[in-house]
Design a protein around this ligand. Structure first.
Ligand code: SAM
Ligand code: DTB
Ligand code: SF4
Length: 314
């Protein structure tokens, strides 16, 4: 469903989740093959350009100044440091370079520095993505002008549960920034986190909310909560990996032309679960041994898995 009038209903998405596993994966594979080469995967490398000390209280995040975690605050990286990381990412085979900052929203001075980073990274021939928090009027246009390709801003959880996870901003604030990003002509990268103690019904609501954005986000990161000691969500009951696979399949079926990214949490997943995610329609990953503050599988390990599965990178 890709028109403004056709919308997914939550009960339709919930019935996808309730399908027998094989039927769900078969449907997801069919949709995937109609829209993509099922053996190709897109690789994005993340770098944290400003770490920790964030004023927001997101219950999952290691970088909130309100949680006592082991993360050490780091000021903004220099443009040289960012370029070194971007060159390494390119040499390793990534096609996109994503810059993340622990801000509620960027100040103009911060944005000026990020714009320089974006232009420099783009001149290496990499696609660029940034995730800097909420944007004010005109900021998305400035990023576009600097050469930014994608802006990442996740809804993180379903609208109804948002207030249980974050109190320092509302779901509508996320929606407003997403609208600014879209109106500036940037590609939208918008996804969520699962494994935060939500019900299957809330996962269905969250997928419905992602799929009913118009146009649908070009990139949809599905993160499995990385539990960080000291965050309020540390100790949440672990999600069954097959439920994660079901969520990927529901994203693929409802957002047929989007890149669905198997995002945070791969470090805790075995090869078989990841292979099932690819079968369910995931065709993008974060690639490189770090996410923002937590680990990710080594690039070599991913390359070995791709070879075993006969997958090629884009
Ligand atoms: N501060 C900006 C913001 O919140 O939009 C950008 C950086 S923030 C770390 C980017 C995204 O990372 C969050 O929206 C969330 O989806 C994801 N994230 C953060 N901590 C996570 C965790 N522990 N496990 C999984 N995903 C996480
Ligand atoms: C997204 O959806 N996941 C990435 C990226 N966008 C910025 C972040 C994952 C963070 C995982 C926890 C950490 O390393 O701090
Ligand atoms: Fe700050 Fe982003 Fe972490 Fe929330 S998710 S605490 S806004 S860095």
């Amino acid at each position: 469903m890709t028109s403004r009038l056709e919308k997914w209903q939550v009960d339709q998405v919930a019935s996808l989740f309730d399908l027998p596993f094989s039927d769900l994966l078969y449907r997801a594979q069919c949709v995937h093959r109609e829209n993509f080469d099922p053996n190709k995967i897109q690789l994005s490398t993340l770098v944290s350009i400003k770490t920790g000390g964030c004023s927001e209280d997101c219950g999952y995040c290691s970088q909130s100044a309100r949680h006592d975690t082991a993360v050490e605050n780091q000021p903004m990286l220099s443009i040289e440091e960012v370029l070194t990381a971007a060159k390494a990412a390119k040499e390793n085979g990534a096609s996109r370079f994503c810059m993340g900052a622990a801000w509620r929203s960027p100040k103009q001075r911060d944005l000026d520095a990020v714009k320089e980073m974006v232009s420099a990274v783009r001149s290496l021939g990499l696609e660029t993505c940034a995730t800097l928090g909420m944007l004010k009027e005109g900021q998305a246009e400035q990023l576009k002008e600097a050469g930014l390709d994608y802006y990442n801003h996740n809804i993180d959880t379903s609208r109804d549960r948002y207030g249980e996870i974050v109190s320092t901003r509302g779901y509508e604030d996320r929606v407003e920034t997403l609208e600014k990003v879209r109106n500036a002509g940037l590609n939208v990268c918008c996804g969520a986190i699962i494994g935060m103690g939500e019900s299957r019904q809330s996962r269905a609501e969250m997928i419905t909310e992602l799929a009913n954005q118009f146009p649908q986000p070009e990139s949809v990161p599905i993160n499995s909560l990385v539990q960080v000691e000291g965050t309020p969500l540390y100790g949440t009951e672990q999600l069954d990996p097959l439920e994660f696979v079901r969520t990927i399949a529901a994203a693929r079926i409802t957002m047929p032309k989007s890149y669905v990214r198997l995002s945070a949490g791969r470090g805790e997943m075995n090869d078989s679960t990841q292979a099932l995610c690819y079968l369910a329609g995931a065709n993008s990953i974060f690639y490189g041994d770090r996410l923002l503050t937590t680990g990710n599988p080594e690039a070599d390990k991913d390359r070995t898995l791709f070879a075993k599965l006969g997958m090629q990178t884009m």
